[in-house]
Design a protein around this ligand. Structure first.
Ligand SMILES: C/C(=C\CNc1ncnc2c1ncn2[C@@H]1O[C@H](COP(=O)(O)O)[C@@H](O)[C@H]1O)CO
Length: 258
């Protein structure tokens, strides 16, 4: 990068990357001066430019670790599901069936349904991935994660769930699960991702939400009736895995040249 100085009175701009500075703005200390000045306070590590580098490093680390993962499905669901409950067993069964079909299982790496799906993936002899998130209360990665990456930023982590999976399976959950589900629906609705199957598991749990989408959002014109086709609803784990994998295969053949 070339930076040239001008007198603050001079009308020639000082350039800093793509930014041009004149007059009072041109007097700001140069980045390399700040870097080398031993008297500079450490506050810069809490500044936005520094954060941008940390954010960038999360993408670089994530892309690097997952680049060779192969086919994968992201499984979401409540962090609070207890082992031994029907929803937990559902998660284990889905993780196992995905693994047995040769597909890696990606979860948020936490407890509950995430742990269940990771556990199923290990039991099914597959690749078990956890994308952990730094939280104010220390949680740690569940013991069934074989390839774990920890993130500081939710948005960087969410990119990985979509970029390295070819579909989503969504178990019953709370705000975190809803956030992941609706982000995926928006990405498909706006064609940011194409032919991305989203399968909800748990008819009784999800039906009121789907009814609300149909009876309020569609009725009031907030979404189109076709948007309901973005999701599929099932109860049976075999059906869930079949549909998500079938959706992926359909997508593959859609994209194959004639
Ligand atoms: C609140 C509890 C644990 C928090 N630990 C989490 N670890 C990893 N990922 C998490 C955690 N909490 C939420 N997530 C993400 O959101 C989804 C679950 O959220 P929900 O609100 O429970 O539905 C999940 O898919 C994760 O990606 C309890 O001990």
């Amino acid at each position: 990068m070339s930076t040239h100085f001008t007198s603050p009175r001079d009308n020639e701009p000082r350039r800093r990357g793509s930014v041009e500075l004149r007059r009072g703005q041109a007097g700001i200390q140069m980045a390399d001066q700040r870097l080398l000045d031993s008297g500079t306070p450490s506050a810069f590590v809490h500044s936005d430019p520094w954060r941008v580098m940390r954010i960038q490093s999360e993408f670089v680390e994530g892309f690097g670790a997952l680049a060779d993962l192969g086919p994968a499905i992201s499984v979401f669901g409540s962090a609070r599901t207890k082992p031994g409950t029907p929803f937990y067993e559902l998660g284990v069964e889905i993780g196992r069936r995905l693994a047995q079909s040769g597909v890696a299982v990606i979860t948020g790496g936490g407890p509950g349904s995430m742990e269940a799906a990771n556990r199923g993936a290990v039991e099914g002899g597959g690749v078990s991935v956890g994308l952990g998130i730094e939280l104010p209360f220390e949680q740690g990665m569940n013991e069934w994660v074989d390839l774990g990456i920890n993130f500081r930023y939710f948005f960087a982590r969410k990119t990985m769930f979509v970029k390295y999976a070819q579909g989503f399976v969504v178990l019953p959950g709370g705000l975190g699960t809803l956030d992941e589900l609706f982000e995926a629906m928006v990405l498909v609705q706006t064609h940011k991702v194409t032919s991305f199957p989203i399968v909800l598991v748990g008819v009784e749990f999800w039906s009121p939400m789907i009814d609300w989408i149909r009876e309020t959002l569609v009725k009031d014109g907030m979404v189109s009736p076709q948007d309901l086709n973005l999701i599929q609803l099932v109860d049976d784990p075999e059906d869930a895995v079949c549909r998500v994998l079938h959706g992926v295969r359909l997508a593959d053949s859609d994209q194959r040249p004639e």
